[in-house]
Design a binder for this molecule. Structure first.
Ligand code: DX5
Ligand code: ZN
Length: 217
């Protein structure tokens, strides 16, 4: 099963609730919330208050992508506000195991992301503890960037490692995914697709974008 995860970073924040409702009624089952601290990435975005605002208005599975230097400082707040899965970056954690088990103890799912220049093998020690592994297909920080052409090879390697170490784990991709690149990502082994610009800024609207992508999958 392949899932779309619309990234609200590309949404119109003057009508965020309505846009999320539109994606939900078009048939998506999850939502991606990009959190940036201005240190790990050169941009700022949103905090737990956004999850707090969305939680009562949607049934969607909410995943929070923490592009921050100190994820442990923030995971409890996102979990309290209703996140279903929290994704931390491998690059900022010397040993991520205590944080991953803390997230699990608090009753939600765990994810770990790697940047395009981080070897996929660095995820191996964590795979047994993960519900989702995220292979970035752009350098994080901004929406609307182009899918990096060497990504399919990395996705394929990660798929192999997941099959060896924890076949239950989802393989997510994030950055530059749209109708043109979705096939490259899924053929390489991705099964959860983060899409910001390709859904929230689609010229024919959110519903049409979701239907077009579902037809392609
Ligand atoms: C990049 C973020 C992405 C981004 C994807 O820093 O992690 O989730 O919003 O956006 P698009 O689909 O526009 O590349
Ligand atoms: Zn993201």
């Amino acid at each position: 099963m392949i899932y779309l995860s619309p990234s609200i970073l590309a949404a119109d924040f003057s009508k965020l609730g309505a846009q999320v409702a539109e994606a939900e009624s078009a048939g998506v089952t999850r939502l991606h919330v990009d959190v940036m601290d201005g240190h790990f990435v050169p941009n700022l975005s949103m905090g737990a208050v956004v999850v707090e605002g969305l939680r009562p208005i949607t049934k969607l599975f909410i995943e929070v992508h923490l592009m921050v230097e100190e994820p442990a400082k923030f995971t409890p707040a996102f979990i309290d506000k209703g996140a279903d899965l929290v994704i931390v970056h491998q690059e900022v954690l010397e040993d991520a195991r205590p944080l991953l088990s803390d997230i699990k103890k608090r009753g939600i799912k765990t994810g770990m992301a790697i940047n395009p220049n981080t070897p996929v093998e660095t995820l191996v020690p964590y795979l047994p503890l993960l519900d989702l592994a995220l292979c970035m297909t752009v350098f994080p920080g901004f929406g609307g960037q182009a899918f990096l052409p060497y990504s399919p090879e990395r996705i394929g390697k990660l798929r192999q490692l997941i099959e060896e170490h924890n076949p239950q784990c989802d393989l997510e991709v994030d950055g530059g995914i749209d109708a043109n690149t979705v096939g490259l990502a899924t053929r390489a082994g991705a099964n959860v697709l983060v899409i910001g610009t390709g859904i929230f800024r689609h010229p024919r609207g959110i519903g049409a974008a979701v239907r077009e992508l579902h037809d392609l999958l």
